[in-house]
Design a protein around this ligand. Sequence first.
Ligand code: SAM
Length: 356
Amino acid sequence: MTTAGQQPDQDRTDAFLERVITDSAAAFAGLATSIGARLGLYTAMAGAGPLTAEQLAQRAGIDERYAREWLAAQVAGEYVTYDPATGYLLPDEHAAVLADPDAPTYAVGAFTMLQALYATEDALVDAYRTGRGVSWHDHRPELFEGVASFFRPGYAAQAVQEWLPALDRVEEKLHRGASVADVGCGFGDATLLMAHAFPHSRIHGFDFHQPSIDAARIAAAQQQVGDRVFFHTAAATELAGGPYDLITFFDCLHDLGDPRAALARAEQALAPDGSCLIVEPNTSADPRQTTNPIGRSFASTSALLCLPAAIAQNGPHALGNHAGEAALRELAHEAGLTSWRLVKETPVSRVYDVRR
Ligand SMILES: C[S@@+](CC[C@H](N)C(=O)[O-])C[C@H]1O[C@@H](n2cnc3c(N)ncnc32)[C@H](O)[C@@H]1O
């Protein structure tokens, strides 16, 4: 029986079936993309011109038979082109998306997250039945690498160049030498970018996930900024030190079990003229506004990662990543941060300048 008591429209059924088959093809292909990135296959093909399967296998140190099969899947997905006379080619434009982690267009992080998320399916089924959470700590290491890789290109292209200068009276303080706390810093990519850009400032990264803090400390040592950036394992509500001229929340506020308490702690730790930079996904609280690839990605990661991880913290607010500006603004207001200003908007992020 259908909603209207009639047979479903055949053309619309066929069109939707095609859509779902397209999605399932992309889901199958996603694992091949993740494997290709892990094995360095895209990197081996970048700038190399046309290659045979044997040449790719040799360059990347993988089995030739598997190289051929992987390449066939890449051609089917139009990631790689194939000319029988010359071989398989990764176009430069595709290399900018798949092969170069420093490119602003690098998009492999999502695929690294995916394989870790698929591995949590049993835990998620259980969580959906019981209402309990799936803790951030219960995910595979690839999840944390994937999250960092997903956000890194956007931060590298915009955080220092556009977002921080858009805040009122902040950039000059950072150049002079300011005290900064980066809450929920993860692998510390944004923290380290600030440390490089503002050598006179002291930047403290905080995260409750020890393996992420370990990774951030290693990166700080490798990048030789250990004299000005310091990483601490701490919950957002236990932010130590201060007063801080700037407290940043890069794509983490909605992940916290108690975002209002974290904002209240930030308010206490701010210097008199201090400000918070809050970066949140650019997506809508109205599901009808999310029917696009970015909206769909955020809505899905909210259902699979952000919401379950916040619920696992047993806090009063499990927001999900599309709670919307009004809900976030209200929490900030309740925390004593009554000045709220949207200062930048990209297809992926909304950036707010928030103060007392
Ligand atoms: C989506 S990640 C963003 C990480 C980083 N800011 C970035 O953009 O790459 C969210 C981060 O929030 C951290 N987190 C979640 N709940 C937390 C809490 N209660 N206290 C501190 N950190 C928390 C997680 O460990 C994770 O690193």
